[in-house]
Design a protein around this ligand. Structure first.
Ligand SMILES: Nc1nc2c(ncn2[C@@H]2O[C@H](COP(=O)(O)OP(=O)(O)OP(=O)(O)O)[C@@H](O)[C@H]2O)c(=O)[nH]1
Length: 303
């Protein structure tokens, strides 16, 4: 026997009475109701004469494509769409809305009706959840899961457009000794202090991720190898000057960094990391607290 679900009205359903209606033909607005005016932050329903063309309000939309869709929808050759939009109200506040198209008869003519639902609260809840799921709770940096996606997307962009992108593979030196000497809590403080040094050393367009225990990756789009080496050296110095005060002394710590740069090369994210990791291992083998360049190691190896 097939079992059917029980369906109840959702007591948390904020959508039921709170949607607005807009009717347009070729994006000429024919009607809008009061609910819609509230959602989009327009005080009262404007009179017909002062209604703008809907297309003039939508940024980032190709008018020809929008009109072509309108015509296909009227002919019945495409299905009505449901889309989300970000609306900046006249007050500057932002709302997120869900817009569902349908074909209606309006005063004897065929037109398109848009049912518009304010989903700002749900959108913000979702965005917050997504943010929380991407952040490493100890360091406040991007976690490995999210960083893998960023790495793959950024490499694809750099390869497609053809600009340099550099990768810093960083490892805190002798971290086990710090844990053993001062305790795990102090080790955690070292990670937080290191994360703060990173955050204050990079540009807004760069990315930092915690890759594993005491391993971190910094991704620098639009950055040549030489500049990446300078940045890595500046970070290394900043970290070596930082310290954590403990009741029984001060913790100083250092980092080693492997640097690798791609410029038009098509290689996988794991190969990029492997190359940066090879440079990092070189830095570790040669005394730690230093920056090593993958390019220099390869060149030296060839000669
Ligand atoms: N406090 C703390 N320790 C961690 C965390 N994650 C990993 N560790 C510890 O980090 C230590 C890493 O030790 P190793 O891999 O031997 O590396 P290392 O001591 O830094 O040695 P080198 O890499 O050769 O400089 C291990 O003892 C892990 O238990 C963390 O979140 N907090």
């Amino acid at each position: 026997m097939i079992e059917f679900p029980k369906i109840q009205l959702d007591p948390d359903n904020t959508f039921a009475s709170d949607f607005g209606i807009l009717i347009h033909d070729e994006f000429k607005i024919l009607y809008m109701d009061e609910n819609l005016c509230n959602i989009i932050g327009v005080g009262k329903v404007p009179d017909k004469m002062s209604l703008p063309n809907l297309l003039s309000l939508i940024v980032d939309v190709n008018p020809e494509q929008a009109l072509a869709h309108h015509h296909r929808l009227m002919e019945g050759s495409v299905r009505p769409r449901v889309q989300t939009f970000k609306v900046t109200k006249p007050s500057g506040k932002v709302a997120h809305v869900l817009v569902a198209e349908s074909i209606v008869q309006w005063q004897g003519e065929t037109a398109i009706q848009l049912a518009i639902i304010d989903i700002t609260e749900k959108y913000n809840d979702f965005y917050q959840l997504e943010q929380q799921a991407s952040i490493d709770s100890l360091s406040g940096l991007t976690n490995r899961n999210r960083f893998e996606t960023i790495l793959s997307n950024e490499l694809t962009k750099a390869q497609k457009i053809g600009y340099p992108i550099s990768c810093l593979y960083i490892d805190i030196d002798d971290f086990k000794l710090i844990n053993d000497a001062y305790g795990h809590q102090a080790g955690d403080d070292v990670i937080r202090t290191f994360a703060d040094c990173c955050k204050s050393s990079i540009r807004q367009s760069d990315f930092i991720g915690r890759w594993g225990g005491e391993e971190f990756i910094i991704l620098l789009p639009h950055t040549s190898h030489q500049f990446a080496l300078l940045l890595a050296e500046r970070l290394r110095r900043r970290v070596s000057k930082s310290h954590i005060d403990m009741p029984d002394g001060t913790i100083n710590f250092t980092i080693s960094i492997g640097v690798n740069t791609l410029w038009g090369d098509v290689i996988s994210p794991s190969a990029v990391l492997h190359q940066a990791d090879q440079a990092l291992s070189h830095a570790k083998r040669h005394g730690k607290d230093q920056v090593a360049s993958y390019e220099k190691i390869i060149t030296a190896h060839k000669n």
